[in-house]
Design a protein around this ligand. Structure first.
Ligand SMILES: C[S@@+](CC[C@H](N)C(=O)[O-])C[C@H]1O[C@@H](n2cnc3c(N)ncnc32)[C@H](O)[C@@H]1O
Length: 262
């Protein structure tokens, strides 16, 4: 039997964390929404906050939190919000704790190593759960969103911004490119509809999907390259991740759902 997805993700992020930190930063998302702040990482969080409409002082689960870049941006944008940041990677968690301490946010961001399929929190503990490019590491979406339904309070929200597979039949070459993409990132790219179906199946209502055609991969692609005396060469991040994809069948999208009130 192969490794479980959570173990694959842990290995991948423990191994590559230093590369992400050096070439990408404390946020490891590939699709960013520019234009709401001069910092595109912060801009992406402002966009998600607009979409989610959270109450003042919201308690948010950042599920698959990376090195806490997004958790910090959430707290800096939303006075009184607090975050539980869960990652499967102990290396990311250590780095996230350092970032949180350096921003003076230890009383508002609790960083923990854990598996988002099974959390130690009480029922109805959160106003929202956020997944920023992190659902594609789950091998059991019904279990994942069942757990989210448990820990989110009635009226609370689940928000996802992620990479999904394009609808439609894939050509053999596209299938190969997608398999290679999933292998390189220890990912499991699915249709947005499949994820939305699992969310609705867990009991969430008003499940809405939206294609994020304005998400830009420019910064993520730039991290693959560096200059060597004026010559463009692959960076260490690029040597691990770059593939000359021609027609990779992916898109960026978001899904929002709400837990019914009683
Ligand atoms: C692409 S990174 C995104 C990180 C973060 N959301 C951000 O925007 O920077 C995916 C994250 O999902 C986390 N992850 C993957 N599988 C997980 C699991 N089973 N439980 C908790 N976190 C998981 C990884 O550790 C990593 O932090």
């Amino acid at each position: 039997m192969g490794l479980r997805a959570a173990e694959k993700a842990r290995r991948y992020y423990d191994e590559t964390h230093a590369l992400y930190l050096r070439h990408v930063g404390h946020t490891c998302q590939s699709g960013l929404i520019h234009g709401l702040h001069r910092d595109p990482y912060r801009s992406t969080i402002l966009y998600a906050l607009q979409e989610c409409e959270l109450p003042r002082g919201a308690r948010i689960l950042d599920a698959g939190a990376g090195a806490c870049g997004p958790s910090v941006h959430i707290c800096e944008a939303m006075e009184e919000a607090s975050v539980v940041a869960v990652t499967i990677s102990p290396v990311q968690a250590n780095s996230g704790r350092e970032l949180v301490a350096s921003r003076g946010l230890t009383d508002r961001i609790d960083v923990m190593v854990g598996d988002y399929h099974s959390l130690p929190h009480d029922d109805d503990a959160f106003d929202a759960a956020w997944f920023l490019e992190s659902t594609g590491y789950s091998d059991d979406l019904p279990a994942l969103f069942g757990e989210m339904f448990r820990v989110i309070r009635p009226g609370g929200k689940v928000y996802i911004k992620d990479v999904f597979r394009r609808d439609g039949i894939m050509m053999a070459s596209q299938r190969r490119e997608l398999e290679e993409f999933d292998r390189v990132y220890a990912h499991c790219t699915r249709l947005m509809g499949e994820c939305a179906h699992a969310i609705a199946g867990a009991g969430f209502e008003r499940v809405r999907t939206k294609r994020l055609s304005r998400a830009s991969t420019r910064l993520f692609e730039a991290a693959m390259w560096e200059s060597d005396g004026g010559r463009k060469i692959l960076s260490a991040f690029g040597r691990r991740h770059y593939r000359p994809h021609v027609r990779l069948p992916i898109l960026f999208g978001q899904i929002l759902g709400a837990k019914p009130v009683a």
